[in-house]
Write a protein that binds this ligand. Structure first.
Ligand SMILES: Nc1ncnc2c1ncn2[C@@H]1O[C@H](COP(=O)(O)OP(=O)(O)OP(=O)(O)O)[C@@H](O)[C@H]1O
Ligand SMILES: [Mg+2]
Length: 266
């Protein structure tokens, strides 16, 4: 079976706002994810994480490079083909979660079924189940404005998973959640990804969340800096007192934040 995701020498150059020169936001990034892998993408602010995710989602065209999802190259597709492919194969949540304001929580999730011609009983049941798993059983009929930021974010996560995509992309999905809820949500994501064989990338500035990930990919200045694959390395991130060789600032985490992290049992 092909890899879930393969990004080869992906580059994004933005034109500078002043018009002179260019900003190299992503510079020859490489990534490969197997089906069933849950990966954290970390790095300092401005290192290109959101830009990379937007390209993997097919929302932003790279200046150069190839992005293959389930063996098919997004960059070679025509616009309409890419849109259809994205609906089917890619689920994403960005920080501004873009829920439809006049649809309820469950309708926002079901809407993704509709645009993918998958609005049937099974799909609706799955929408309900996902929202329940994410702790929203008593908010199914609420409109986005009646929900807290964290609740809206969880609706967006359910929406990203509803179509059972090959690739799930989440940009700081726990940013507006309290600690306990953040752990629950990331754990649920990890369980779904592992159980259903999806591939997921989660951008996070909260290093406690990497405990649930199989690998941690670190970006610096638009480039791949390192990949942490072993349990020990990931544990070092979560409990930096154990390990001084990974500089926290480079990972996009504040030093003092790192020191306050509680160790999480695996
Ligand atoms: N539309 C744009 N036009 C020009 N430059 C941009 C644009 N979007 C992002 N950039 C620049 O590209 C670089 C990477 O930005 P990006 O948003 O990908 O970073 P990030 O790693 O997601 O940061 P953060 O952790 O703060 O969210 C930054 O220098 C940013 O200023
Ligand atoms: Mg970002």
């Amino acid at each position: 079976m092909s890899l879930a995701l393969e990004a080869v020498q992906v580059t994004k150059e933005y034109t500078a706002p002043s018009g002179d020169g260019a900003i190299m936001a992503v510079d020859g990034m490489e990534m490969a994810l197997e089906h069933g892998e849950f990966v954290a993408l970390v790095g300092p602010s401005g290192s290109g994480k959101t830009t990379m995710l937007a390209m993997l989602a097919g929302l932003l065209m790279p200046t150069a490079g190839a992005i293959r999802i389930a063996g098919q190259d997004l960059t070679m597709m025509k616009e309409r083909e890419r849109t259809a492919f994205r609906r089917r194969e890619i689920g994403f949540t960005f920080q501004d979660n873009n829920l439809v304001p006049y649809l309820t929580a469950i309708e926002n999730v079901e809407y993704m079924l509709r645009i993918n011609s998958a609005y049937d009983r099974q799909g609706r049941e799955r929408a309900r189940e996902l929202l329940v798993r994410l702790g929203l059983e008593d908010r199914l009929q609420s409109l986005p404005r009646q929900l807290s930021g964290g609740q809206q974010q969880r609706v967006a996560i359910a929406r990203s998973l509803i179509n059972q995509p090959t690739l799930v992309l989440a940009d700081e999905p726990t940013a507006s959640l309290d600690t306990e809820r953040a752990f629950q949500v990331v754990e649920t994501m990890a369980q779904l990804v592992h159980a259903e064989g999806r591939a997921a990338i989660m951008v996070t500035h909260d290093l406690r969340m990497v405990e649930y990930c199989d690998r941690v990919i670190q970006m610096v200045d638009g480039r791949l800096e390192r990949v942490l694959t072993t349990r020990e390395d990931i544990t070092c991130l979560v409990n930096p007192a154990l390990c001084e060789r990974i500089p926290m600032a480079l990972l996009g985490f504040a030093e003092d934040e790192a020191l306050n992290v509680q160790y999480v049992e695996l």
